[in-house]
Design a protein. Structure first.
Length: 138
């Protein structure tokens, strides 16, 4: 296994566990997740269940190479879609006294890094045609 493949596999593992356990958390700690849904979003409990289910399904799809790239796109879209909840928490830290305010700021930066990690770990390496001879190269 090449170095890049090892990093990609490690990234994929992080993404899988992040979304699998996060998705399960939506069903175990539903009340917490409902609290972080901004008040202008209707049906917060249903949104929490829906996003939890998408997280779990996306994590499971990562296990199959034929679905991995599409799962990555879905998980990136989901990560962007939940940004209002992260911003809501950041703007209203008093509503979340058990969460350190510093973590709420760092979380927004980590979200960007998470998107980059999802992209990196779910893309196939470009295939090179090793049968080309030097004379066929431009």
């Amino acid at each position: 296994m090449r170095k890049n493949q090892m990093f990609q596999w490690a990234g994929l593992s992080i993404v899988f566990f992040f979304f699998m356990f996060g998705g399960i958390g939506h069903f175990i700690s539903t009340d917490f997740f409902v609290k972080i849904v901004p008040p202008y979003i209707p049906l917060p409990k249903e949104v929490v269940f829906l996003t939890g289910a998408v997280e779990i399904a996306g994590a499971m799809a990562l296990l199959f190479s034929s679905y991995r790239a599409r799962a990555g796109i879905v998980l990136i879209a989901l990560t962007v879609a939940v940004t209002p909840a992260n911003i809501h928490m950041w703007l209203n830290p008093q509503l979340f006294p058990n969460v350190p305010a510093e973590f709420l700021s760092i979380r927004l930066v980590l979200q960007i890094l998470l998107i980059a990690l999802i992209w990196f770990s779910t893309r196939d390496e470009p295939k090179t045609n090793k049968s080309l001879s030097a004379s066929q190269l431009p």
